[in-house]
Ligand binder design. Sequence first.
Ligand code: MYR
Length: 287
Amino acid sequence: MNKNVAIVTDSTAYLPKEERERLSIYMVPLSVIFAEKTYKEELELTTEEFYKKLEGAEQLPTTSQPSTGQFVELFTDLKKQGYQQVVTLHLSSGISGTFQNALTAGEMVDELEVHGFDSEIACYALGFFVREAAQLALKGAGVSEILTRLEEIKATLKAYFMVADLGHLHRGGRLSGGQLLVGNLLKIKPILHFVDGKIVPFEKVRTEKKAIDRILQLLDQDLRSDGRYEVTVIHAMRPEAAEQLAADIRENYDNVVDVVISVFGPVIGTHLGPGSLGISWYKQAEA
Ligand code: MYR
């Protein structure tokens, strides 16, 4: 039996398993490597286990993208299930080779059309794209309708975040334009964001409180305009801070449809470190 479009993503969307199952989303995991032992995130290492392991680690972990073979295996299975088309959405190609490997795999599986979407972001902000793509696919939308909506989301999506210790990002080599911050590591709490798929400093502030206030100000500028918004507060071992931010946002804005509390899971946590916080939002489609 022919099936509609399959939606594939990777583990760094940190979409809970129940949500993926409800929306028929397929997931390929990235991995964390601790002292030469490789763990597929979520499947072999939960977020809680990761941060606990990090505390006691003598050597800091590294990460790796899924192999082309992992994607070929999933795509072949989707073809067997009766899918003829796939939309595969991934963390930014500017920080990981995951997207490229998915595209390469797509070319290796005959009689299956694989369309890639580079979210140019990661974490639950990537999840925003994936959720909408899956909802549209379940309603019977075709690839071009799905890709058009994904571009609309990209046009309104914002994400700002900050880390407790910039050393993790420097070590992993994922901070662009951060040279000026190096000598200043301890004295500043830069707000970070993505430009053209790469992480760059947005503004330098001196305290976490000032950084949070500035991100909330940016959120406020958008939320004061027309439209309904989806918001996520993302955290690395900061559940209370995330709950508080989410509660404040829910209380202050009637046009926020939902505030999801989400995580910087193992792979992203390897590059950001514990204590990181971020907020992302986008505008829902006009009814
Ligand atoms: C790999 O090994 O391919 C994975 C590399 C992941 C780099 C992650 C860098 C930090 C991303 C922060 C995302 C914040 C989203 C709001």
